[in-house]
Structures are given as C-alpha cells and as structure tokens.
Design a protein around this ligand. Structure first.
Ligand SMILES: Nc1nc2c(ncn2[C@@H]2O[C@H](COP(=O)(O)OP(=O)(O)O)[C@@H](O)[C@H]2O)c(=O)[nH]1
Ligand SMILES: [Mg+2]
Length: 300
C-alpha cells in the first residue's frame, strides 16, 4: 500500500489540473496495487513443477491447498482493486468533488488489501522458506545414514568433486549437506547428509522428522549406511546394526548399501571396508553405489 501510495502521489504531481490530478492518483494506485498483487501470484514458485522433495516439504510445512487459496485471494484482491479504482475514475469525470472521491477510492482499495493481509503474510513466509530449501535436484541421489561421528560428513567431503553445500533444513535446527560428483558427460550424482533424521532409531523421531524421512525416502536412489566398527563414534556395533535394520524397514523401497568406515582402526569381515581418513576403499564404495544408477523407480 505504501509503495502504491507513493507512486500515486508522484503521478498526481505531474498533473496541473486538480481534478485530473485526483483522477490520476486513483488510477495510479489502482493499477499499482493490481500489478503488485498479480506479480506475487505469477512469480510464486509453481507447486506442480516442483521436484518431489520440495513438493513433500511444501506440503508438510504449509499445506498446498492453503497456499492455493491464499494465491486465489490475492488474485481476487488484485482485480477488485482495479475494478473499484477505475469505477471511481469514471465517476470523477463528472463528480463535483474529486478530492473526496479520491479519498474514498483510496480507503476502499486499502480495505481490500487489508482483507488479504493474512494471506500476504502467510505467502511471504512460505516464499522465504521455499527460497532457503536445500538444492536437491533430480540427480542420482545417495542419502547417507548412520549414527553421529561414524564419518558421514568425511565420506561426502571425500567423494564429492567440490566442497559440499550446506543449507538450512526446515524440519530441524540442523543443516542438510549436499555434495556433488561428476559421473560422466554433464551428469552428476549427489550425496545428501541429513543430520537428525537418519542417525537415530525410530523411537526417538518426532512426527515431523518421520515425515521428513518419508520425503527423503522419496528422493533417495540408494541409501549408504555407514558403520563405525571401532565404536570410536560412541555407539556400540549392536546399536548401529539395529539402526540399520530400522532404516531398511523405513525405506523399504530404497536399496541400502552398507560400508564400514574407520577400517584403519577396525574392519569388519563380510562388509565393504573403507577409511575416510586414509582414503582407502572409498572409491570402491562409490562404485558400488553407482551400480544402482537407473535401476531405481525414483531416478529420472
Ligand atoms: N580413525 C578414523 N577416524 C575417522 C574416519 N572417518 C572419520 N573419522 C573421524 O570421526 C569423527 C566424525 O567424523 P564425521 O565425518 O564428522 O562423522 P559424521 O558425524 O557421521 O558426519 C571425526 O573426528 C573424524 O575425524 C576414519 O576413517 N578413520
Ligand atoms: Mg556430519
């Protein structure tokens, strides 16, 4: 409203005749409010073209129906403001007192905008969160799981071709880490680390985290579960294997690869062993992960 009022005042100053100036004020405020509200609607991220991860996230956080309703309310307010404003402009051609018509028109448009105040605030908040969502595209996706301190971050750092990106994660206070690696001509795979989601057993997950897990299961082409057999991470091997079974169950549709890290301290027979400290075995694990490329229903 403030922005539109400033525009209108400027448009008004450009007219010599007082009645035409009042008319111009109303026309300017009506079209400026119309443009601004319509702009918000057309530039809002489209839900239907969102990748699955975002779609689920948006659904969990904001409810797509409510967003569609709010966007509908803005469209209504946009055309209503223009209609009301232009109605006054037509009347002002013959009105004896254009100044009071100008005030009335301004008050009515302002009241229309106030009616969608809640929608504007809601959409603004939603847009801010959408902008901050981690950049998870449709690339071949490895979700890295395992208890804290087993070496998930170290693995992603080592396996990625560039420094992993860190983004705020809407479900927790934690951050999501995404690493990328080139796998052939103009193709990339991505590694996603989800602290707070796949590093504890089921019982400790709150409902929002459980939904987050469902969203993650949706984007994962394969899960890499990392075990620290040395138990230097602070969790027993038995606890780690228990979490592995929990994740296998939860992500039933997604294949799970297991790697034993910190093999420089303690390896485990029958598993793929690696050490993200010495680098040994890491490339073999990446190669195993790549065998799942194109075989999963979620891959593009
Ligand atoms: N000895 C040894 N230590 C490791 C290895 N990989 C990671 N660490 C250490 O384990 C700790 C946790 O690693 P980090 O990658 O942050 O684990 P995350 O919590 O699962 O992401 C760090 O102090 C690492 O230096 C490894 O292969 N060998
Ligand atoms: Mg970590």
């Amino acid at each position: 409203m403030d922005r539109s009022l400033r525009r209108a005042a400027k448009a008004m100053r450009e007219k010599r005749n007082r009645d035409r100036a009042n008319e111009e004020f109303v026309r300017a405020i009506a079209s400026s409010v119309y443009d601004k509200l319509n702009d918000m609607v057309t530039k809002f991220p489209s839900f239907d073209s969102l990748p699955p991860f975002y779609r689920e996230t948006v659904q969990i956080l904001f409810n797509v129906d409510r967003m569609k309703k709010s966007l509908g309310a803005l469209s209504w307010a946009a055309s209503q403001s223009r209609e009301v404003g232009y109605g006054y402009v037509r009347e002002m051609r013959h009105a004896p007192d254009t100044a009071s018509a100008r005030k009335q028109a301004t008050a009515r448009i302002s009241s229309i905008v106030h009616q969608v105040d809640g929608d504007l605030r809601f959409l603004n908040e939603a847009r801010n969160v959408l902008r901050k969502l981690p950049d998870i595209g449709d690339e071949f996706t490895v979700v890295v799981a395992g208890y804290p301190n087993v070496g998930k971050s170290s693995f992603i750092r080592l396996a990625s071709s560039a420094e992993p990106e860190v983004a705020g994660y809407p479900f927790t206070t934690k951050q999501i880490v995404v690493g990328h690696r080139e796998i052939g001509r103009r193709e990339r795979m991505q590694f996603v680390d989800t602290p707070g989601i796949l590093d504890r057993p089921e019982e400790e997950r709150n409902p929002i985290e459980q939904q987050a897990l469902a969203a993650i299961a949706n984007v994962a082409d394969v899960v890499l579960f990392i075990i620290d057999a040395s138990e230097a991470c602070g969790y027993t091997l038995a606890d780690q294997l228990h979490l592995l079974e929990d994740i296998r169950e939860k992500m039933a549709m997604v294949p799970v690869e297991v790697a034993v890290n910190k093999a420089d301290l303690q390896s485990l027979e029958g598993y793929a062993n690696m050490s993200t400290m010495t680098g040994e075995g890491v490339e073999d694990v990446v190669a195993r992960l790549l065998t799942h490329r194109g075989s999963s229903p979620t891959s593009p």
